[in-house]
Design a binder for this molecule. Structure first.
Ligand code: NDP
Length: 331
């Protein structure tokens, strides 16, 4: 694979100019470019430059509003409503998080319901932003059906990620951000393209048999991670990110979508908790004792650590040459 070295500011400039030339106003283009760049910065390349064609497809088809003006308001003191105005999620999230954090700090707990938006990215940026305020952050999002409930061969759940962040003193937060599917769809597609097998337990073929052939997913179904337990969490994500906030379930999102290859309209729910109010002032010292035991456990590492190490490494990133050319061609 041929690669070329780019600085992060070059990646951001490129992303911004592609978005601006495909119908985004400055605020939306900047927010999207930051999302792409932070993904590349942290080595979350599956949500960096590689996503730009999908973003552009939905801007060009008119499904997504590139000049969206998110409407953020308090529905009650503890409930923030963020209507994304049919735009991409990053701008609404950037504008909503400060209000959510303020409410959680005052009340101990607050929720934000993001609706009428298209979320095509990783979830860790939003929960980390809550941890930066000294809060615990939780978020989840649904998608379109690809994953069968445990025991079934019928796709009903999206890959339905959820993310959690825990604030630490003078250290990066503890963060996990994970799909509730056994494998991300993108990874299954890459395995099919490259002729690699996927692990047993990833998907079922159309007869319902376990298969390691990634092509079988085309007529078959992806499995939730961890059997019935992962299936229960994927179910919870559907109910929280759609049922609880009045947005579309994954099957409804697929039915309403125009199939342009971009992300369908959907919702995201955010929960922010203030340990200052829930636990009292020494919560961080207390929790650090536990985290130090975790870190001392032989072979264990905290989730989020791989990304945070990437973040403090140098500012140059290796980008696939073909991907870079394709991205330039979208300008
Ligand atoms: P991974 O399985 O790669 O990682 C999940 C989590 O586990 C990460 O927080 C990771 O931390 C942590 N982790 C991985 N390996 C270890 C280890 N050995 N020890 C401890 N922790 C570990 O992620 P997924 O493939 O499930 O998801 C990838 C991304 O896709 C997510 O960001 C998710 O939000 C996104 N996504 C977005 C969707 C959308 O619709 N917007 C849909 C589906 C997925 P670390 O990063 O430090 O390795």
């Amino acid at each position: 694979m041929e690669t070329v070295e780019l600085r992060l500011d070059e990646i951001e400039d490129l992303a911004r100019s592609v978005f601006e030339r495909n119908g985004c106003d400055a605020d939306n283009a900047n927010a999207l470019a930051r999302t792409v760049t932070t993904a590349e910065r942290d080595g979350s390349v599956s949500h960096g430059l590689i996503r730009i064609p999908g973003y552009v497809a939905s801007l060009r088809s008119g499904k997504v509003n590139g000049a969206a003006v998110p409407k953020i308001f308090n529905r009650t003191p503890a409930i923030i409503s963020a209507n994304g105005d049919n735009g991409y999620a990053p701008l609404a999230i950037e504008r909503g998080i400060p209000k959510l954090a303020k409410a959680a700090k005052q009340l101990g707990v607050a929720v934000m319901a993001l609706t009428h938006s298209h979320h095509f990215a990783a979830l860790w940026p939003e929960v980390e932003a809550l941890a930066d305020h000294g809060l615990v952050g939780l978020a989840c999002v649904n998608y379109t059906p690809a994953v069968g409930p445990y025991g079934s061969r019928q796709p009903l759940f999206g890959t339905n990620p959820m993310a959690f962040a825990w604030s630490r003193l003078n250290k990066p937060p503890v963060v996990f951000d994970m799909a509730t599917a056994s494998m991300a769809i993108g990874d299954v597609k890459i395995a099919a393209r490259d002729g690699h097998a996927v692990p047993s337990g990833t998907c079922l073929d159309k007869e319902g048999n376990d298969t390691t052939d990634p092509n079988a997913i085309l007529d078959g179904v992806l499995l939730p991670f961890g059997g019935h337990k992962g299936s229960a969490i994927a179910l919870m994500v559907e109910l929280l990110a759609a049922g609880a906030i009045g947005e579309r379930f994954s099957y409804e999102a697929a039915e309403a979508d125009n199939g342009d290859g971009g992300h369908p309209r959907g919702g995201e729910i955010f929960l922010a908790l203030s340990p200052d109010l829930l636990a009292g002032r020494d919560w961080q010292t207390h929790s650090e004792k536990f985290l130090r035991k975790f870190e001392a456990a032989d072979g264990a590492r905290l989730p989020g650590q791989r990304r945070h190490r990437m973040r403090i490494s140098d500012q140059m990133r290796l980008v696939n040459t073909a991907l870079l050319e394709n991205t330039h061609a979208l300008k």
